[in-house]
Design a protein around this ligand. Structure first.
Ligand code: NAD
Ligand code: AHE
Ligand code: ZN
Length: 377
């Protein structure tokens, strides 16, 4: 198949807020610096639903969504040296070019390599064109991954090569949500033993924050969600207090401060709701509390608080992909999960077979009873 167009099935988003359409797409061979991958399994992330809703200012249609996957390299374009056909990879929306003149890759402070970010946001490959088409009409890429397709083309610098013995139908979770939650704790805030943590929103991202906070030695972990069905897993992973913010007329930040006197050392928004982000910041500890924005808010939604909250020692921060440098660190996450240090099976609550089941998987994630729905192709 190398060098030839592949025709395969993909779930195409023709327009916002409509069911995906299962189509036969043409996937062109990879160009220089690109690789073509056979997607083995894809998990749904809330961000796929966000972009499908039409609220994402970077959302382009028609497109092929999907950014949490496990894949096998089918063929490589000219100049590709870090992977070869047959290698197992996790496509990563945060690439890592590893060039010596990339100040972001060179810095230990960030994972935000900008090498292909501009074209990625425009739904095209770095040369400005798409590798997907239907009857010759181009279809946009998404987040540099587009894994709602049996085959996809990604940049070499977006592919984290992992242990081939690791099951891709589980390791796909490291493509986004679980890595993000773990990294928010281990990289972005560096939770210290004995500290207190509050997590707003108990989807896979929020629950991964709880799991990591427990491992980091947090003593008290508040789990906050309006959906009580999330409390059981939160408790299993280490939450000490589960709170429904709608249960009281008192703002949740006040409830939390009353329970802790001065607030909470580390708080995380995993909802994407800007009011929740404010509550999380204001629930953080006077003098040193850190609040980390993880949830993605729609365009036009902005955060606010009284500057006094910052003057009195709170820090507002945010994370993309948990701060993990994708190509160098995702393989280690896979190892840690294989060794039992970072178990992830509990996030997979729903399984589907075939790219044609993608709409069912979307319905599952929306149902409120799902953490991750994995579709195996
Ligand atoms: P999810 O939909 O599975 O979970 C969200 C949870 O938040 C649900 O349990 C829901 O009941 C709860 N919730 C929603 N509104 C709430 C409110 N007002 N108060 C309390 N609880 C509320 O989503 P997910 O896949 O876990 O993703 C969580 C968020 O993180 C999304 O916004 C997603 O787009 C974002 N995200 C960001 C990154 C990043 O790199 N920054 C990575 C992955 C996901
Ligand atoms: N196009 C969106 C950006 C949304 C956003 O912030 N995405 C997160 C990842 S969400 C994964 O599920 C992120 O890492 N952003 C950094 C980046 O470079 O995009 C919008 O709302 O504008
Ligand atoms: Zn995601």
């Amino acid at each position: 198949t190398a060098g030839k167009v592949i025709r395969c099935k993909a779930a195409v988003a023709w327009k916002p807020n409509a069911p995906l359409s299962i189509e036969t797409v043409e996937v062109a061979p990879p160009k220089a610096g690109e690789i073509r991958v056979k997607v083995i399994a894809n998990a749904l992330c809330h961000t796929d639903l966000y972009t499908l809703s039409g609220e994402d200012p970077e959302g382009l249609f028609p497109c092929i969504l999907g950014h949490e996957a496990g894949a096998v390299v089918e063929s490589v374009g000219p100049g590709v040296t870090s992977v070869k056909p047959g290698d197992h990879v996790i496509p990563c929306y945060t690439p890592e070019c590893q060039k010596s003149d990339c100040v972001f890759c060179e810095s230990p402070k960030t994972n935000l390599c900008p090498e292909i970010r501009a074209t990625q946001g425009k739904g095209v490959m770095p040369d400005g064109t798409s590798r997907f088409s239907i009857d010759g009409k181009p279809i946009y890429h998404f987040m540099g991954c587009s894994t709602f397709s049996e085959y996809s083309v990604i940049a070499e610098i977006s592919a984290a090569k992992i242990d081939p013995s690791a099951p891709l139908d589980k390791m796909c979770l490291f493509g986004c949500g679980v890595s993000t939650g773990f990294g928010a704790v281990f990289n972005t805030t560096k939770v210290h033993p004995g500290s207190s943590v509050a997590v707003f929103g108990l989807g896979a991202v929020g629950l991964a924050v709880i799991q990591a906070a427990k491992i980091a030695g947090a003593k008290r972990i508040f789990a906050i969600d309006s959906n009580h069905s999330k409390f059981e897993m939160a408790t299993k992973l280490g939450a000490t207090d589960c709170i429904d913010p709608t249960a009281s007329s008192e703002p949740i930040q006040n409830v939390l401060i009353q329970k802790t006197k001065w607030g909470i050392d580390y708080t995380y928004d995993c909802t994407g709701n800007v009011e929740v982000m404010r509550a999380a910041l204001e629930a953080s500890h006077r003098g040193w509390g850190e609040s980390c924005v993880i949830g993605v808010a729609a365009s036009g939604h902005e955060i606010k608080t009284r500057p006094f909250q910052l003057i009195t020692g709170r820090t507002w921060k945010g994370t993309a992909f948990g701060g993990y440098k994708s190509r160098s660190q995702v393989p280690k996450l896979v190892e840690q999960s294989m060794s039992g240090e970072l178990p992830i099976d509990h996030f997979i609550t729903h399984k589907f077979q075939g790219v044609e089941t993608m709409n069912e998987a979307i319905a599952a994630l929306k149902s409120g009873s799902c953490l991750r729905a994995v579709v195996t192709y």
